[in-house]
Design a protein around this ligand. Structure first.
Ligand SMILES: [Zn+2]
Ligand SMILES: [Zn+2]
Length: 192
């Protein structure tokens, strides 16, 4: 998973800050909301393609009744929320990375609407620069992914069919490249 913009550095100007570099990018602003409208949010992203289909049991049970959920990635410092008081957070007691906070729960904080139950975004203390909104919560039209990645297939129950194209990537656990790298490889980073 992509970790931070700091790694990339700035090619255009030696002294530019991370903030300068981010504003030079062609960011896409996303608006999202829960089903009942109690929570609304906006966030900026360079990685808007909804290509990652996660079949883990947590995504399936909390956000993907058809078998999987799709997370995209956006910049945490641009998150603006209205109706914050209606947010609730779920943290699972297990994860494949075996990464836990001191209280023994997952570092992935799954934010959802306490009124209607809509899954909204995941925020991880392991990756504080980013948030991972569920594509299902985004109201702005997202670009269609040219191909999909099917991940966490080891956790898929038999009744869930994997509708994968021939060129789609499949992984039993986590994919081999992060969301930022996936976009860059295809010339889609900062695309609208
Ligand atoms: Zn709601
Ligand atoms: Zn998942």
């Amino acid at each position: 998973m992509a970790k931070s913009f700091e790694k990339i550095g700035c090619l255009a100007r030696r002294s530019c800050t991370i903030r300068d570099r981010q504003t030079m990018e062609n960011n896409m602003k996303l608006e999202g909301s829960c089903d009942c409208g109690s929570v609304r949010f906006s966030v900026e992203t360079d990685t808007p393609y909804p290509y990652n289909r996660c079949y883990c049991s947590i995504c399936r049970k909390t956000a993907g009744g058809g078998g999987y959920a799709i997370n995209i990635m956006a910049r945490a410092d641009t998150l603006r929320t209205t109706g914050k008081g209606n947010l609730a957070v779920y943290r699972a007691a297990k994860n494949d990375r075996e990464s836990y906070e001191e209280d023994g729960l997952s570092p992935s904080h799954r934010n959802f609407c306490s009124k209607c139950g809509s899954a909204l975004w995941v925020q991880s203390t392991d990756y504080p620069d980013f948030i991972y909104p569920f594509a299902s919560a985004i109201d702005t039209p997202l670009p269609e992914a040219p191909e999909s990645t099917h991940l966490m297939l080891a956790h898929k129950p038999p009744w869930v069919a994997v509708n994968a194209a021939d060129h789609d990537a499949r992984f039993d656990s986590y994919p081999d490249i992060g969301i930022e790298q996936w976009h860059k490889k295809r010339g889609l980073f900062g695309d609208k």
